[in-house]
Design a protein around this ligand. Structure first.
Ligand SMILES: C[S@@+](CC[C@H](N)C(=O)[O-])C[C@H]1O[C@@H](n2cnc3c(N)ncnc32)[C@H](O)[C@@H]1O
Length: 313
């Protein structure tokens, strides 16, 4: 009872309800929330502190950035979701907030796209700065070989390297990317490799243009750290996998290289096993294995994720 009163008190303010509603749609930094609400940073920080102390928002620091997201577990998570659902999304303030959030996202997407456009040709060079590619790719190939693959999807295909690597193990393969510049490079690579059973699609992985349950294998290699809602991306993977099928997500373990944000458009500085495990479980999937490939200074993790068979409990 006492905890509920504390949480209700924390939420009982229109600015704080707006903050909860904003954070329900992805992880946001204090600066972004300040920008959206047109309030001063100290005022925003004070409200966020109250919401986080009441357990309605989760606060986490990564390098120089502090993120907030809606609580997703337990009674506080259930109450937070209920409060957000009860907010009037048609009201003037909410409509303005949503429009501002979309502007900020569009600006961020433009910045990321400009980065990818500028780096499309040299992408493989940049990538090899992180960790030994050959090691990661050998592990991906071995893990993907565990079962026959009819339909394979590579999310955030970039220059097409992982698609070209694993497509020979599949009957059909498709790569999806939001950036036309990256797709252009991928197209050249796929054609040069003579992979006639591969295709490329332009689109947003949050709304992947494929029907439910189509794929036996999905990969997302060094994509998650660009996203503002990795949990939602994992939800899409759950939707797109066939029952019993597998996804391989490769990304960095938590690190402190803040400069990757400014120079390489990274949003998140790696992911912990617990964090990925939680998102996977929320999406109804199973985290079957984590492979860690330590590098200097970045460690790559490959998370093998499986979708239960239809008749699994
Ligand atoms: C670092 S590159 C990795 C490319 C490739 N997976 C590889 O490892 O070679 C990340 C890719 O994710 C793509 N991307 C970022 N956000 C995306 C989104 N919302 N939907 C689809 N692709 C996205 C970018 O355009 C970029 O090509």
């Amino acid at each position: 009872m006492e905890a509920l009163v504390v949480r209700l008190r924390a939420a009982a303010e229109s600015a704080r309800l707006r903050m909860l509603a904003l954070c329900a749609d992805g992880e946001l930094t204090v600066t972004e929330i300040t920008d959206i609400l047109s309030m001063t940073q100290p005022a925003v920080s004070r409200h966020l502190k109250i919401l986080a102390e009441a357990g309605l928002l989760i606060r986490f620091r990564e390098g120089a950035w502090v993120f907030y997201r809606l609580a997703d577990e337990g009674d506080a998570g259930a109450l937070a979701r209920w409060l957000v659902a009860a907010c009037d999304s048609e009201g003037d303030a909410r409509r303005r907030d949503i429009a501002r959030l979309q502007e900020i996202r569009a600006r961020r997407a433009e910045e990321a796209d400009a980065y990818f456009q500028a780096n499309a040709e040299q992408w493989d060079v940049i990538r090899s700065l992180h960790v030994d590619d050959a090691l990661v790719e050998a592990r991906l190939r071995a893990m993907a070989a565990a079962a026959p693959v009819q339909d394979y999807l590579d999310l955030g295909v970039g220059a097409g390297r992982i698609l070209a690597l694993l497509a020979p193990q599949a009957e059909r393969a498709v790569g999806l990317d939001i950036s036309p510049a990256m797709l252009k490079v991928a197209r050249d690579r796929i054609a040069a490799a003579g992979l006639a059973h591969c295709s490329l699609r332009q689109g947003d992985l949050y709304a992947a243009p494929f029907e439910d349950g189509r794929f036996d294998l999905i990969t997302a290699h060094l994509v998650l750290h660009f996203l503002d809602n990795p949990a939602r991306a994992i939800g899409q993977i759950a939707r797109l996998l066939k029952p019993g099928a597998m996804a391989l997500i490769a990304d960095f373990a938590p690190h402190g290289l803040d400069w990757l944000r400014d120079e390489h458009a990274h949003r998140r500085l790696g992911f912990s096993n617990d964090e990925v495990g939680r998102w996977v479980a929320e999406a109804g999937l199973t985290l079957a294995e984590t492979v860690r490939l330590p590098g200097d200074p970045l460690t790559v993790c490959i998370w093998r994720i499986s979708k239960p068979e239809r008749d699994d409990p």
